[in-house]
Ligand binder design. Structure first.
Ligand SMILES: [Zn+2]
Length: 270
């Protein structure tokens, strides 16, 4: 029986649809795999201005990661436990940043263990799903990486290693999955002098470089409040622009979204 012409047309359209929907790597040998960029906006140190930062992300349907020092919660200019709970409840990731922001590379493994494990234990006890760590000052060595793993972390973020003015030859994005989940690279910290154009450029570079994970390191969100701060206006403009990159495969996700979601327990103190 002869197939009616309109049915043939529909079949052709269906085939075209299936072909266009197929992942790039399935479209033939040698075709480059088109991968997106995951931008993770990470905010360090549990600063009180992160209440505003979290709200700004939420208003745009985005979620970020907040790295806190559990022993300083409630201190002056820091988030309270209640504020942190509200940020977590809104769907943001809460991560560890050691008990009191100590430089791990200057500690013995025993002290490292206390700073990393006890911080994570405290955050878990507050009810947070803590699976990733940010090393204070980005300072990390092989002992710190081992300790982070022993304390039950799935991944940890340092500072630096990705492309920025201080490292033009560095890769534009971290690999996915990261080549070393306990030393995930970032561009250097966002500063008060960082302008919107520079933030966009980091994303453009990652998109052009074939995608991957682009964790950005931010601190306070306020005007004229230190070197490691970002004005709410710059952050807002950047978030608005990031939302438009979805069509290019660029999405904003918490850092932990790039890793195994299982929450491991902190081992008992030996
Ligand atoms: Zn810090």
């Amino acid at each position: 029986m002869k197939t009616p012409r309109h049915a043939t047309g529909a079949l052709t359209a269906l085939i075209l649809l299936l072909v266009s929907a197929a992942p790039a790597h399935a479209s033939g040998a040698g075709a480059p795999e088109k991968r997106g960029v995951i931008v993770s906006l990470t905010f360090d140190d549990g600063d009180a201005t992160h209440v505003l930062a979290a709200r700004m992300l939420q208003e745009r349907g985005m979620r970020g990661t907040f790295y806190v020092n559990s022993a300083t919660l409630g201190d002056e200019r820091k988030l309270t436990r209640r504020q942190l709970a509200a940020i977590a409840k809104a769907g943001h990731e809460i991560g560890g940043h050691t008990l009191d922001h100590t430089r791990l590379t200057e500690l013995t493994p025993e002290r490292q263990r206390e700073q990393i494990c006890e911080d994570r234990r405290a955050l878990l006890a507050m009810g947070h799903r803590v699976t990733t760590l940010a090393y204070p000052f980005g300072a990390v060595d092989t002992d710190a990486m081992r300790t982070a793993r022993q304390c039950g972390y799935t991944a940890a973020r340092t500072v630096g290693g990705l492309r920025l003015w201080d490292c033009p030859a560095c890769p534009a994005a971290e690999t996915l999955p990261p080549r070393n989940p306990f030393r995930v690279r970032t561009p250097g910290s966002v500063r008060d002098t960082t302008v919107l154009r520079q933030l966009k450029q980091q994303v453009y570079n990652a998109e052009k470089g074939g995608g991957g994970l682009l964790p950005l390191v931010l601190h306070r969100v306020c005007d004229d409040c230190g070197v490691y701060s970002t004005s709410p206006e710059v952050l807002g403009d950047f978030l608005d622009w990031l939302a438009t990159r979805k069509s290019r495969g660029t999405t904003v996700k918490p850092f932990a979204a790039a890793f195994d979601p299982a929450v491991r327990p902190v081992p008992p103190v030996p």
